[in-house]
Ligand binder design. Structure first.
Ligand code: ZN
Ligand code: ZN
Length: 461
């Protein structure tokens, strides 16, 4: 098993959903039930800090049951869910609506982001009180057909953004941003459309690396001014990571960086091949950007990895073949992240310790879920994923649990080595041999420990 300080061979005793003891095989206490993981590796369950479950409001794309079943299948034991929904999670009422749905349907544990925008400033402290795990703000305008989903969670105006950051700073929670420069995107999109350039590559051309680099830079300056802890969501380019790393090192700024498997493992050639199915925002980059991003990731510069699981129905995606700007951005990812990362382990490009760190431990610390989540240690929730490092398979979207199997093409057909074979959430087996066996309603809301706030133990209610 991969412990916070190294790999050991041992037994895990679980009582009441928590890790009760880590012992040498010979002196483990007798148990009611035993799981034999001989020859396998046990990792802390993955914490995915970036998913979109689509419910309430767009259940034709995904819902809390199918989405968290996908998580369980992929070895993800806690999902942190973004506020894009109808209603968006930018009010306490909307937060409670979403929470009730998730409590009935979720197979794995979940945290809920609050949306932070200029129109809901007074809701920000109340969302924190209600248990929001962090706040999310988009810096670009909503897509014209999705305005209802983004209401109250974006700011294209720097003055407004500063007010939002100050309000979030007072809660002690992390401010997450989708950082792309709105002006550059709109200007380039108009130019490309006017020139009839609407093929798959045009999406990336409308959102060039500089749009991300500029927004990351500006957001870091404004966050420092407000004193808020800043987390940069789904950073897609090495250039933006380098700017963020240089700034935080020089200024000792409280900035963290998230990236996603699609930016580490795919490039523009995949975009041409997959068309609208590879349309995501920020876009998948050139091979030189991808290769440098992998280098930074392997060197530990990136703090967390999330899937940005964001399903859309196939018919909507298909519209993008004629005009890429007509397709929505986003793709499923919960079931492929762990096998993809394990494959890099098998290839010698990543250690198991680094994988556990970036995909679980650091997210737990960042979002105030440590020490209940994010590591195999006595007292922690028994959130575990058992993996078979020897087993190879071909990723097949037809066998996935996401509602959008037909749109899950990013990694379809890719050979992987290293497969999750069992997932436990608080001691309950929720996936066995690829089959999700967890009951809807097992998942619970996770609440963060807020730094500086005199608060009881992090965890569930
Ligand atoms: Zn985003
Ligand atoms: Zn997202």
């Amino acid at each position: 098993m991969v412990l916070p300080d190294g790999i050991v061979r041992a037994d895990i005793s679980i009582r009441d959903g928590r890790i009760a003891a880590l012992t040498d095989d010979r002196d483990s206490p007798a148990s009611q039930e035993e799981i034999d993981a001989t020859g396998r590796i046990v990792l802390p369950g993955l914490i995915d800090p970036h998913v979109h479950m689509r419910e309430p409001g767009a259940e034709e794309r995904e819902d809390w049951q199918t989405g968290t079943a996908a998580a369980a299948a992929g070895g993800v034991t806690t999902v942190l869910e973004m506020p894009v929904s109808v209603p968006p999670t930018s009010t306490v009422d909307a937060f409670q609506i979403k929470r009730r749905i998730a409590e009935q349907k979720a197979v794995v544990d979940f945290g809920l982001y609050g949306g932070a925008g200029i129109t809901n400033l007074e809701q920000i402290p109340r969302l924190a009180e209600a248990g929001a795990v962090a706040f999310k703000t988009f810096l670009h305008e909503p897509y014209p057909d999705r305005v209802a989903e983004f209401q109250g969670i974006y700011a294209t105006d720097d003055g407004a953004l500063l007010d939002i950051f100050r309000a979030v700073e007072r809660t002690g929670l992390v401010q997450c941003v989708h950082a792309e420069n709105n002006g550059i995107i709109e200007h380039r999109t108009r130019q490309l459309r006017a020139a009839g350039q609407v093929g798959p590559r045009a999406h990336g051309e409308s959102r060039p690396v500089i749009a991300e680099v500029e927004a990351v830079s500006r957001t870091m300056l404004l966050a420092a001014e407000a004193g808020v802890r800043l987390n940069l969501c789904h950073v897609s380019s090495a250039s933006a990571v380098e700017v963020a790393e240089e700034y935080r090192r020089r200024r000792r700024a409280r900035v963290t960086i998230e990236t996603c498997p699609q930016y580490l493992l795919l490039n523009e050639e995949d975009v041409v091949r997959l068309g609208p199915y590879a349309k995501i925002s920020p876009p998948i980059r050139s091979e030189p950007e991808r290769a440098r991003l992998w280098g930074l990731f392997a060197a530990g510069v990136v703090d967390t990895i999330g899937t940005d699981h964001a399903p859309h129905v196939r018919a909507a995606k298909e519209r993008g073949w004629a005009d890429i700007f007509e397709a929505p951005a986003g793709a499923p990812g919960l079931e492929t992240m762990l096998p993809l990362l394990l494959t890099r382990v098998a290839e010698g490009a990543l250690t198991l310790e680094a994988l556990a760190n970036v995909a679980s431990a650091r997210a737990a610390r960042l979002f105030g879920l440590h020490p209940r989540k994010g590591g195999i240690r006595v007292g922690a929730d028994a959130d575990l994923v058992v993996v078979d490092l020897e087993r190879t398979q071909t990723l097949d979207s037809a066998r996935m649990y996401t509602k959008q199997r037909e749109a899950a093409k990013l990694f379809h057909g890719r050979k992987v080595q290293g497969v999750p074979v069992m997932t436990l959430v608080r001691g309950q087996v929720v996936m066995r041999d690829g089959e999700v066996v967890g009951a809807p309603g097992h998942g619970r809301l996770v609440r963060p420990i807020v730094p500086g706030a005199p608060r009881k133990e992090a965890g569930h209610e």
